[in-house]
Design a protein around this ligand. Sequence first.
Ligand code: ADE
Length: 221
Amino acid sequence: MMKIDILTLFPNMYKGVFDESILKRAIDNKKVQISIHNFRDYSLDLHHKVDDTPYGGGNGMVLTCQPIFDCVKKLRTDKTKVILLTPDGVLYKQKMAYDLAKEEHIIFICGHYEGFDERIRSICDLEISIGDYILTGGELASMVLVDSIVRLIPGVIEEGSHLNDSFNGNLLDYPTYTKPRVYEGMEVPEVLLSGDHKKIEQYRYQESLKRTKERRPDLLD
Ligand code: ADE
């Protein structure tokens, strides 16, 4: 079973996210074990302080090393991948989700406030950003990663149902339809009703290609 530990100052943010749908089922079926740790509990400071003012001056507070270092030291083994969520990390892609789904144990560290002590990077194997925008902290990013990784663990969703995901083979998804055949005058493409599997496959590939060219030409480079 894959183990995921999340280090955060806001454990309540995770309530609900892991309690619904596919993630809940994956946890119930022991495909993954997810634990949330408030690293404030690891602070040796009398008042459980986790941040301080930046050396050299500047705005805001900076997360200190000690609580996060001690929490990671307690949780990590020689098989652990420690991942820091930060907007200056490598941009997250589906390929990385496939790689991370093979890990035995992942620790996610959520940064917060105006920043964290640079030395925290020294205990991380990987730094990931989920996009070129700034969140208030790494929590939402860690949820995105957990969701995208756990669905790829074998047995979590029907085998093959992620084979056609957008981004596999660098193409966006083809259009899909369900009943009724005509809705508000909009018809389901004839080829999908033909029963000709070869033709359908060709149609879908062409539509994927067309959509990718129109919307995400960068994926074809
Ligand atoms: N923390 C703040 N913004 C982030 C982002 N875009 N990705 C990952 N972690 C973050």
